[in-house]
Ligand binder design. Structure first.
Ligand code: SF4
Ligand code: FES
Length: 276
């Protein structure tokens, strides 16, 4: 199973040559959800190779604001690779060229001076573009609402030592819980499938004792919600795992499919028994 990859070993390194980059950006600009969008070209000059990608966009936006032009809209919050808010396509790759890295943790030293960089929002029917690089990822929230939780009685918290969790299960649950809900897996999948995201949540709760009572209903409801939201099916291409900034492995999809099969059979048996 994947290990947590919140920060890559090179995340704090400086560009050894102290380079400054002059770049050409081709950026998707779209006024709002109903307007047509188009690619617009901008110069990004004097960019320190030590800047993050979002800091580079900040510099471009400062120039746009100084010229009384609309800044490029993009989502961001923590800028530490942990919140899942940021994300767009860089040269056709979700979160850009570095493995296991969110766009907020991507540094400009990975680009060449004089390079042309294309920047586009996630493209998926279930993630409509709201403005420029910002998409509506509410579909993920609704998948979680459908079953990505546990029901626990209120009152004093139970002593943690009273619920034993085998180390191997705790490790898998922890790795699965590393999913930050960024949506890169959907954006990179040719089917715009949300299987890796949903399966990470199913695997997280399904490997813990607290997740067992609702395990069958959870998988049935969350998978049904994926379909309602318009995400595509998984055809085992693997682009999702390749661009996942938390390196969630495709094993979680196998885990979810096994849970789905078991839950579906149980439901069928119960329906049959109630008809007899
Ligand atoms: S599985 Fe990975 S790529 Fe998909 S939402 Fe979670 S962290 Fe992002
Ligand atoms: S801004 Fe939080 S993960 Fe990028």
């Amino acid at each position: 199973m994947a290990m947590l990859a919140t920060r890559r070993p090179d995340a704090e390194q400086h560009d050894p040559a102290g380079r400054t980059l002059n770049l050409t950006l081709q950026v998707w600009r779209q006024k709002n959800a109903t307007s047509p969008g188009k690619m617009v070209t901008y110069a990004a000059t004097g960019i320190s190779a030590d800047m993050s990608f979002l800091e580079m966009l900040d510099v471009v936006n400062e120039g746009l604001i100084a010229r009384d032009e609309e800044p490029i809209a993009f989502d961001n919050d923590c800028r530490e690779g942990i919140c899942g808010t940021c994300g767009f396509m860089i040269n056709g790759v979700a979160h850009g060229p570095e493995r296991g890295t969110t766009v907020c943790q991507l540094h400009m030293r990975h680009f060449k001076d004089g390079e042309t960089i294309t920047i586009e929002p996630w493209r998926a029917r279930a993630f409509p573009v709201l403005k420029d690089l910002v998409v509506d990822r509410g579909a993920f929230d609704r998948i979680i609402q459908a079953g990505g939780y546990i029901t626990a009685p209120t009152g004093g918290a139970q002593d943690a030592n009273a619920i034993l969790v085998p180390k191997a299960d705790a490790d898998v649950a922890f790795d699965s819980a590393a999913c930050i809900g960024c949506g890169a897996c959907v954006a990179m999948c040719p089917n715009a499938s949300a299987m890796l995201f949903t399966a990470a949540k199913i695997s997280h709760l399904g490997h813990l004792p607290q997740g067992q009572p609702e395990r069958d209903d959870r998988v049935l409801r969350m998978v049904a919600r994926m379909d309602v939201e318009g995400f595509g099916a998984c055809t085992n291409i693997g682009e999702c795992a390749a661009v996942c900034p938390k390196e969630i492995p495709m094993d979680v999809i196998s885990f979810m499919n096994r849970d789905l099969l078991r839950a579906t059979r149980r439901k069928d048996r119960e329906a049959k028994a109630s008809n007899e």
